[in-house]
Design a protein around this ligand. Structure first.
Ligand code: ATP
Ligand code: MG
Length: 183
């Protein structure tokens, strides 16, 4: 499953609608300090449902909305969309037949979130569910941020097990069981 592109608007430093394309399996994002490279990774985590402001390097959850500059007014919302190529059918279930899967999140300044799956409104949970067991997700092992390697080395066996279960593809079944037991 390949990320084809990311579309940002009003998200952190990306005030104007911007599309970043990832044309091959290996791409690099380069640029001077402070140009917004890490903001792109924050956007990927955010759209997949990250709810911790700290994990997005902010203090409040609305800190991801462009806060304005000398020449620009603050944005009224932040929006990010990820478009995935699902030709290989890595996404299973209801969306398995789609060659392309788009997920989108919008946050307005009143802290209201809206999520979309292939253009239709959905719950945050629907987005989280679709990636369970794929290795992708807001806190999954496929996003390796600064410090995560040392965290892994120092993590307790129970924490390590979460990563192994996700890699083995069984986390989705554990989540289903947990949901059923809580009903
Ligand atoms: P480095 O090479 O130092 O890691 P980087 O390219 O990863 O830099 P980022 O951390 O992605 O840079 O971007 C930081 C910039 O984003 C800062 O200039 C910061 O002011 C800006 N920024 C972050 N949040 C917002 C926001 N809500 N509104 C406007 N600008 C923001
Ligand atoms: Mg950075």
């Amino acid at each position: 499953m390949r990320l084809k592109c990311i579309k940002l608007a009003g998200f952190k430093s990306f005030v104007d609608p911007t599309t970043v394309y990832f044309p091959s399996n290996m791409c690099g994002v380069v640029g001077p300090n402070g140009c917004g490279k890490s903001n792109i990774i924050d956007a990927v985590r955010w759209v997949m449902g990250e709810s911790s402001a700290k994990n997005l390097r902010g203090e409040s959850i609305t800190d991801v909305i462009f806060k304005g500059s000398n020449s620009r007014k603050p944005a009224s919302y932040a929006q990010v969309e990820l478009v995935f190529d699902n030709h290989e059918g890595r996404i299973t279930g209801e969306y398995a037949a789609f060659n392309e899967i788009s997920i989108k999140r919008r946050l307005t300044s009143d802290a209201a979130n809206t999520y979309f799956l292939n253009g239709s409104k959905c719950r945050r949970k629907d987005i989280m569910d679709i990636f369970l067991g794929t290795g992708l997700g807001p806190r999954s092992y496929s996003i390796i941020s600064q410090g995560i390697v040392s965290n892994l080395i120092e993590s307790k066996p129970e924490e390590l097990r979460v990563f192994i279960e996700e890699a083995a593809g069984i986390s989705r079944y554990k989540e289903r069981r947990r949901e059923t037991e809580n009903r």
